[in-house]
Design a protein around this ligand. Structure first.
Ligand code: PEP
Length: 258
């Protein structure tokens, strides 16, 4: 089993003071109870990044830091955007690409997702490609074709040297922030399908995460029966205890499955 990856997406929550506080809390708990096998990443709002990376460095917190989005451009007249080189200067090592909220609310189409993914990879950062269907697509039974198309649009032609930098997060849109978790069968079926499509695009060893109302109670079954390599966590990542309990579950599942 590959090393589990648990990512906390703070979305547009927590100002920089609150972000410092949460990072310090995570650091204290992790010092007392380190997660031996799990790679943990937090993804704060842009304006918190400098504060969070400073705490991570000064307190030696065993966490990496990511951004929720980045521009597909490196520089220039793109008001309101943040570039990958700017993130890199802040010791940000991860970028979420094509989160469903960006796709739905900020007109991020498949082409922009693909361009952004290329930019993130060109600079050597880890890219978490988010894919997943809306409820209407699931109800019409077209989720497999839908996700396949998203994967092809984003991943076709990724250079060999960049492939280890790609993670895929399956996030059914209807499960995000809704309290409705996909069933373990739904997660397993889609995860297996994603691995098959990824392998056909030469991404044989890609990590596949699940996101959508993950919490400390459902994490174990999603991981073991759903067959994922970890989680992209929204709401439950805003509290140190719930986020790290999910991390602990992933850690224990790794021990069991190994
Ligand atoms: C997310 O933001 O990607 C997410 C999965 O959110 P939540 O865990 O709150 O459903």
């Amino acid at each position: 089993m590959t090393r589990p990856l648990v990512i906390g997406n703070w979305k547009m929550n927590l100002d920089y003071v609150e972000a410092i506080h949460l990072t310090q809390q995570l650091g204290v708990i992790l010092k007392n109870k380190p997660l031996e096998h799990v790679e943990l990443v937090v993804v704060p709002p842009f304006v918190d990044l400098r504060s969070v990376t400073s705490v991570v460095e000064s307190d030696r917190v065993d966490l990496e830091v990511g951004a929720q989005h980045a521009s597909q451009h490196d520089t220039g007249a793109h008001t309101g955007e943040v570039s990958v080189p700017m993130l890199q200067r802040l010791n940000v090592h991860w970028v979420l690409v094509g989160h469903s909220e960006r796709r739905a609310m900020y007109a991020m189409n498949d082409e922009v997702v693909a361009q952004t993914l290329r930019t993130v990879l060109r600079h050597g950062l880890q890219a978490v490609l988010c894919v997943g269907e809306e409820l209407a697509v699931r109800e019409s039974g077209e989720q497999v074709d839908f996700v396949t198309a998203q994967l092809h649009a984003a991943l076709a032609g990724v250079e060999e040297k960049s492939r280890p930098l790609v993670t895929i997060a399956y996030e059914p849109v209807w499960a995000i922030g809704s309290g409705l978790t996909a069933s373990t069968e739904q997660v397993r079926d889609m995860t297996e399908h994603i691995r098959t499509v990824a392998a056909s695009l030469s991404l044989d060893t890609v990590r596949v995460l699940y996101g959508g109302s993950v919490n400390p109670e459902n994490a174990a079954s999603l991981m073991i029966e759903g067959g994922v390599d970890g989680f992209l966590v929204g709401g439950a990542s805003l509290k140190a205890e719930s986020f790290l309990t999910i991390g602990q579950v992933a850690n224990d599942c790794y021990d069991v499955k190994r």
